[in-house]
Write a protein that binds this ligand. Structure first.
Ligand code: FAD
Ligand code: NAG
Ligand code: NAG
Ligand code: NAG
Ligand code: NAG
Ligand code: NAG
Ligand code: NAG
Length: 567
């Protein structure tokens, strides 16, 4: 999907239903077009799904219409936002910045447009509900989107004029000691509905003495976008990616059929669902993941402050020189840098998960870096904590913060870059900070078993197998800035930050499709590497009419930014 001249494209789409002869495909039906379902058809569909169809509105409108409004705490709670059918967690994805004219609904605004928010949401509770919604969308040629948590960093769970399938209520969790794929006993596993949040999975795992590979987040859904993108984890260096640990999916595909997908049945789709990109294949009802016996670990949170960019750059180089210190224990670390908006300074917070280590062992692992860091000029340790607990408890979070305008861009940084030129990390950090970067989010979640799993035949891009870290540039803004400045922030990664980051990653580095820039120019190669051709063929087999189209996803090059008209 391209973001160029979007307004013209939409106008064309609305004015003419002829579509493009070359693709043989027309624009999808929107209100006002002859094939759009009338009120009676919507009512009949609603009855089919037991009255679970709701009108969706932007979260700002939902709050404005709600008695007493929404408090700031509610607005920024992912759990609360999940109860709003029209909401995304990043509110910018609800805005129709690129529509003509732009259609916006700000929290404290005086006007409200529907923006990129779906018109209807099917709050599905059963497989039959999902099947009915897929068939309805397909029969009437509607734009269809799927949302489980609404966390998506590329806005792929929303689209204007669309029908949404919201899978939040598919939230069953069931553990077994012996899960069979065909006749083969794969051992202990857990089957989770596609609406199950990570925190519930960790908590239920604790009750069963088990742990699964999952996100460092509260409400991200394991069997939603997470696993389809690849799924990194604090446990990835120890156990591999989320997608490396899935045995089976139950999914409703474009035909409306519910199918079982594993290594022996529909194995081509099994390949695609493990790394081939979220939202491009069908509606996942549930997924079954390998479980491991739970264990104790140490969680450590250390915040370091730098007075200026030069000091932070030196710290970043030192950190890069010590990046392999965690390898012996296959541990993981998040190293998140935030600029202090009120000074020239910045902080770096290291959240480490030291797998199977005591506090004393963990202190010893981090000591070489920390001792050297404290000797650097203009660097101070602000705080430092170590907690020994069950890994389920260390990974548990009550909620995620949401409700801001946020876009990201990222690259997977090869281990070789750290081995050969750690000083380049500092150079790149210095340039990023000097160019105005607000946040550089480093994720040491690769290497170890992620690299060892390179043999697995799945759509996970090979860039994950040679990576050491996944580095995200996050760009936020307030509703109060004018649209041209908003658009500059939306494209800041592409215009300014990527050229800097590429000095470290190399020009052909891959990126993690779940935490990336939806405007990525060559997303096919950057997100999917050599797998794109095979993924295209699998998509045409299971979704020949392109019912499931998402931004920067397989097949999206055939559609406009909104998935409404062919290009
Ligand atoms: C606070 C936070 C922490 C994160 N931590 C991690 C992390 O530790 N590791 C990691 O790998 N990623 C992490 N992510 C990124 C996360 O993996 C992506 O945002 C992912 O897209 C979320 O999937 P979801 O289904 O929960 O979100 P949604 O926004 O609901 O959906 C995301 C995508 O998946 C599709 N989808 C959702 N449900 C279904 C379904 N039932 N069937 C088919 N397609 C579906 C949607 O159409 C969309 O394309 C984090 C994100 C946030 C905001
Ligand atoms: C669907 O039906 C339910 C129950 O009858 C009703 O409350 C709801 O408003 C209907 N949805 C729409 C979009 O009309
Ligand atoms: C909007 O209104 C709320 C509640 O009145 C307030 O707390 C908030 O700071 C305001 N601004 C934005 C951008 O939400
Ligand atoms: C999947 O099947 C292939 C053969 O088709 C086999 O080599 C591989 O080990 C199987 N993987 C799992 C996880 O069963
Ligand atoms: C974790 O450590 C506690 C002591 O702090 C111990 O009682 C418990 O058995 C350990 N759990 C596991 C799974 O090793
Ligand atoms: C440390 O900070 C001081 C004053 O803030 C500055 O003059 C000096 O150059 C800095 N040193 C380094 C190495 O960043
Ligand atoms: C943790 O250590 C115990 C005891 O040495 C071992 O049995 C277990 O496999 C380890 N678990 C992990 C995840 O490393």
């Amino acid at each position: 999907m391209k973001s160029t001249a979007p307004s013209a494209a939409l106008l064309l789409c609305v004015l003419s239903r002829q579509g493009h002869a070359a693709s043989g495909r027309q624009c999808r039906n929107v209100p006002g077009s002859p094939g759009y379902p009338d009120a009676a058809a919507w009512n009949a569909f609603n009855e089919t799904i037991a009255g679970r169809l709701v009108n969706a509105v932007p979260s700002a409108k939902f709050c404005a219409d709600r008695l007493g409004g929404c408090t700031d705490v509610e607005w920024s709670s992912a759990l609360f936002r999940n109860t709003i059918p029209g909401a995304m967690n990043g509110v910018n994805w609800e805005q129709g910045y690129d529509l003509f004219p732009p259609s916006l609904c700000y929290r404290n605004g005086t006007t409200c447009g529907q923006g990129d928010v779906p018109l209807y949401s099917a709050e599905v509770e059963t497989v039959a509900d999902v099947q009915a919604a897929v068939k309805f969308a397909s029969t009437y040629d509607l734009r269809l989107v799927i949302k489980s948590s609404g966390h998506d960093s590329l806005g792929r769970s929303t689209a204007p004029q669309s029908l949404r399938i919201h899978t939040s209520k598919l939230n069953s969790i069931s553990f077994t000691g012996n899960f069979f794929v065909g006749t083969q006993d794969m051992g202990a596993a857990v089957t989770v509905g596609s609406g199950v949040h990570m925190n519930d999975l960790y908590q239920q795992g604790k009750a069963n003495g088990r742990i699964t590979v999952g996100a460092t987040a509260a409400t991200v859904c394991a069997a939603g976008g997470y696993v389809q993108g690849a799924g990194h984890s604090a446990l990835a260096p120890t156990f591999g990616l989320g997608a490396d640990n899935v045995f089976e999916f139950l999914i409703v595909v474009a035909s409306g059929e519910l199918i079982q997908v594993n290594n022996v049945t529909n194995s081509d789709l099994f390949y695609a669902l493990r790394g081939g990109g979220a939202g491009s294949w069908g509606v996942i009802v549930s997924a079954t993941f390998r479980t491991f016996p739970t264990f104790n670990s140490t969680g450590s949170v250390i915040t370091l402050a730098a007075t200026d960019n030069t000091a932070m750059a030196a710290l970043a180089t030192l950190h890069a020189e010590h990046i392999f210190d965690l390898d012996a224990t296959r541990s993981a670390q998040y190293f998140y840098l935030f600029r202090d908006p009120t000074s020239a300074g910045s902080t770096m917070t290291l959240t480490s998960f030291l797998i199977n280590q005591t506090v004393a062992q963990s202190e010893a692992i981090l000591a070489p870096f920390l001792t050297a860091a404290q000797a650097l000029p203009n660097i101070t340790v602000v705080s430092s904590t170590y907690t020994f607990a069950l890994i389920n408890d260390l990974l548990f979070m009550a909620d995620d913060s949401a409700g801001v305008n946020l876009v990201v861009g990222s690259r997977l940084i090869p281990a070789a870059a750290y081995k050969n030129s750690p000083e380049m990390v500092g150079k790149v950090y210095q340039q990023l900070l000097d160019s105005g970067a607000q946040a550089i989010l480093g994720n040491l979640v690769a290497g170890g078993q992620v690299a060892d799993n390179a043999y697995i035949d799945s759509a996970v891009t090979p860039a994950w197998r040679t990576a050491k870290t996944h580095i995200i540039l996050a760009n936020e803004w307030l509703d109060s800035i004018p649209l041209d400045q908003i658009n500059a922030r939306r494209s800041l990664f592409k215009t300014t930050q990527l050229p800097i980051l590429e000095q470290l990653s190399g020009p052909d580095a891959g990126a993690y499709s779940n935490e990336a820039d939806v405007m990525e120019v060559d997303f096919q190669t950057t997100f999917f590497g050599p797998n794109y051709g095979k993924l295209t063929a699998i998509k045409s087999k299971y979704d020949p009419e392109d019912l499931f189209i998402v931004g920067a996803g397989v097949g999206s090059e055939r559609w406009d930014e909104w998935g409404l008209c062919p290009v």
